[in-house]
Write a protein that binds this ligand. Structure first.
Ligand SMILES: Cc1cc2nc3c(=O)[nH]c(=O)nc-3n(C[C@H](O)[C@H](O)[C@H](O)COP(=O)(O)OP(=O)(O)OC[C@H]3O[C@@H](n4cnc5c(N)ncnc54)[C@H](O)[C@@H]3O)c2cc1C
Length: 416
């Protein structure tokens, strides 16, 4: 089949590219290896009518996030009243099962601000170093800081680039009450996708591109690759000729890390109306974690783990993940909650074969690789996906924007 663009991957970036190509009057064939669209945007029903997002769940950068308008247009309900969920002044902080008093909260907030300032200042000086070298690890709140940032950036502090950290633009975080994955699936449902079609080999050695898939060979004038850096690094797709060294350096400099989520469903409201929100919990044994309680308006809690700890916990199996989450929630809401847990869903992103990880994290010294990863090869092989963005990487809407950017690049290239 001849087409203008073979798009590989029907996540947020592949779907937005398909829509933009249509708008620009170009043809495409979109192939997706798995059985569904959405990629890392994926919702499952943990109880009837109660949705849990295994991947993205918040509309970060809510002020400019394109999915806000998309949700409004589709009539999808957003938790706009909870968009200050991660405002540190609203977060519940518990150490050894006891809430911090106001003096402790103040000291915690000051430490956090000091760490942020140190990272941003290093980035402003052009120092792309590991953020671990910029923060005070002797501080009494270092345990929870390390846990919190590993959750958010998917790698531990020794593996996070200061410049990449500083490049991310903050903003409000709007929860999608009935599933961000459902929102993406509904928005993408009008795009023609060939599911269960894994791309195994991409030949870009001659004019145009050919893609060998599990269901036959496709021919296109160009190809747009939107798979994760985990997939590219693992060599899941055989490029002929192989990707040049500078491109592979970008892939390796932006590895996927791990953020896992454990959703607990309770048979009653164990949080109460005042209890809904986000919590950070840690104790003298070194156990730490963050979780949201009832944020989506249901009797659920979602605990997060990140970095090496998340990989280790994933290896321990589902029950260990379940226990970890229950223990964290119990430290804030008491042991009585244990008997109300009805079910859990535990993610395992580091071993997810369609991504090999959660989302990308620039290693120290590698923040510049995001623009390299986005660069096309020979006006024929184009790249999009969350890892190719600079200020909204690791986000569903960043992936969306990258798809549009790539579609426009392709259109200009084909027109010239
Ligand atoms: C635990 C977790 C929490 C997150 N939380 C948030 C959040 O709250 N807010 C937010 O904005 N973002 C969040 N994200 C990130 C967000 O989900 C991703 O950045 C975004 O969905 C990535 O979209 P993408 O199109 O770049 O890649 P993907 O969604 O991975 O799409 C790529 C597609 O390519 C397919 N594919 C892979 N290999 C092949 C092949 N060989 N042939 C054909 N198809 C292939 C995959 O199956 C996949 O569908 C989270 C992610 C995770 C994992």
């Amino acid at each position: 089949m001849e087409t203008d663009v073979i798009i590989i991957g029907a996540g947020s970036s592949g779907l937005s590219a398909a829509k933009e190509l249509t708008r620009l009057g170009l043809s495409f064939t979109l192939v997706e290896g798995s059985h569904r669209i959405g990629g890392r945007a994926y919702s499952e029903e943990i109880a009837p009518g109660v949705w849990f997002d295994l991947g993205c769940s918040y509309l970060h950068q809510g002020e400019t996030n394109p999915f806000v308008a998309i949700a409004d247009e589709l009539g999808v309900v957003l938790g706009k009243d909870k968009s200050d969920l991660f405002d540190e002044s609203r977060i519940g902080l518990y150490k050894n099962g006891v809430p911090l008093n106001s003096a402790e909260r103040e000291a915690y907030t000051a430490y956090l601000a000091e760490c942020f300032t140190a990272v941003i200042a290093a980035a402003d000086r052009g120092e792309d170093v590991a953020i671990v070298d910029l923060v005070d690890l002797e501080n009494e709140f270092a345990t929870i800081l390390m846990h919190n940032w590993a959750d958010s950036w998917t790698r531990d502090l020794d593996e996070i680039s200061s410049v990449d950290f500083a490049n991310f633009v903050g903003g409000s975080d709007i929860p999608v009450l009935n599933g961000y994955g459902n929102l993406v699936a509904s928005w993408g449902s009008d795009v023609m996708v060939s599911l269960n079609t894994k791309v195994e080999r991409i030949d870009w050695s001659r004019d145009g591109v050919s893609a060998e898939t599990s269901r036959g060979t496709l021919r296109g004038r160009t190809a747009l690759c939107t798979v994760s850096t985990g997939i590219l690094a693992a060599g899941e797709i055989d490029f002929v000729p192989g990707l040049p060294d500078w491109k592979m350096e970008a892939v390796v400099g932006l590895p996927t890390g791990t953020e896992n989520k454990i959703c607990l469903h309770f048979d009653q409201d164990v949080f109460g109306p005042e209890g809904r929100g986000f919590y950070r919990i840690w104790n003298d044994d070194g156990a730490a974690g963050g979780f949201e309680a009832g944020v989506m308006g249901h009797n659920t809690a979602v605990a997060f783990s990140g970095g090496r700890f998340a990989v280790w916990l994933e290896k321990q199996g589902q029950q260990a993940g379940h226990d970890y989450a229950v223990d964290r929630v119990a430290e804030a809401f008491g042991n009585d909650i244990r008997k109300h847990v009805t079910r859990s869903i535990v993610t395992a992103w580091s071993t997810e074969p369609w991504t090999w990880g959660s989302y990308s994290c620039a290693l120290p010294g590698q923040a510049h690789q995001r623009t390299e990863l986005a660069r096309a090869l020979d006006d024929r092989l184009f790249f999009a996906g969350e890892a190719t963005t600079v200020s909204d990487y690791g986000c569903c809407h960043g992936a969306y924007r990258s798809g549009i950017r790539a579609a426009q690049e392709i259109s200009q290239t084909l027109a010239s």
